[in-house]
Design a protein around this ligand. Structure first.
Ligand SMILES: Cc1cc2nc3c(=O)[nH]c(=O)nc-3n(C[C@H](O)[C@H](O)[C@H](O)COP(=O)(O)OP(=O)(O)OC[C@H]3O[C@@H](n4cnc5c(N)ncnc54)[C@H](O)[C@@H]3O)c2cc1C
Length: 179
């Protein structure tokens, strides 16, 4: 039995790959995902990805290919830089990865050691180490995410360093279909 705590991008993709790689059977994998949402109603963005990375992930996970919402040809970081990136439909990608798995809509809080009597393996894919605990030298930084409606069809991502000298902002034009 494999328990994956966290059904975000990592946990969902891992679950899928365990099966497509023949490492586990779907019925032997259980995912715990409480469904945390940010104040704007979606889990952290991560909708921007290199085109090649998405293509590779989709192929390896044996998923349909139509996750691209918008093609990004330029990063605007003071000056334009050529890019080969896409904004993809991350929620749908995750849903498709999790399709057919048992997903428990609750946090996972208990960790049995690896290779216990029941051969239970627990994987912490919660990003914030909810199961295995924080590392001693971990630093957490606050992020703010907002979703805005814009009529223009943009094909560039804009990166702006903050005036404070620490941190930055990114704009991800997601295309009309995700609003
Ligand atoms: C504002 C913002 C924008 C970003 N934009 C991008 C981007 O465009 N491109 C990019 O590549 N990366 C981006 N990132 C980084 C990206 O979000 C992360 O790298 C990615 O989400 C990590 O995926 P993950 O599955 O490890 O973690 P998460 O996506 O955080 O998923 C972890 C999951 O674990 C669940 N969970 C938490 N506690 C428990 C528990 N006790 N039991 C069970 N489940 C639990 C949560 O509900 C969550 O769904 C962005 C990050 C932020 C904050």
């Amino acid at each position: 039995m494999i328990i994956i705590a966290g059904g975000g991008m990592s946990g969902a993709y891992l679950a899928r790959r365990l099966v497509t790689e023949g490492i586990a059977r779907q019925e032997d994998v259980v995912i715990y995902e409480p469904g945390h949402k940010t104040s704007c109603g979606i889990s952290p963005c991560a909708w921007g990805i290199s085109r090649k990375a998405l293509e590779e992930a989709v192929n390896k996970a044996e998923l349909p290919e139509d996750y691209v919402l918008n093609k990004i040809e330029t990063f605007l970081i003071h000056t334009p830089v050529k890019a080969d990136a896409v904004i993809f439909d991350k929620p749908r990608f995750i849903r498709d990865c999790l399709d057919g798995f048992e997903v428990v809509r609750a946090p996972y809080n208990y960790c049995k050691p690896f290779n216990s009597k029941n051969d239970l393996v627990v994987i912490d894919a919660t990003a914030r180490r909810a199961v295995i605990g924080k590392g001693l030298d971990e630093i957490y930084a606050r992020t703010v995410q907002a979703k805005v409606r814009n009529e223009a069809k943009l094909s560039c991502m804009v990166f702006t360093p903050l005036d404070t000298g620490i941190g930055y902002s990114w704009m991800f034009p997601a295309g009309s279909t995700c609003m």
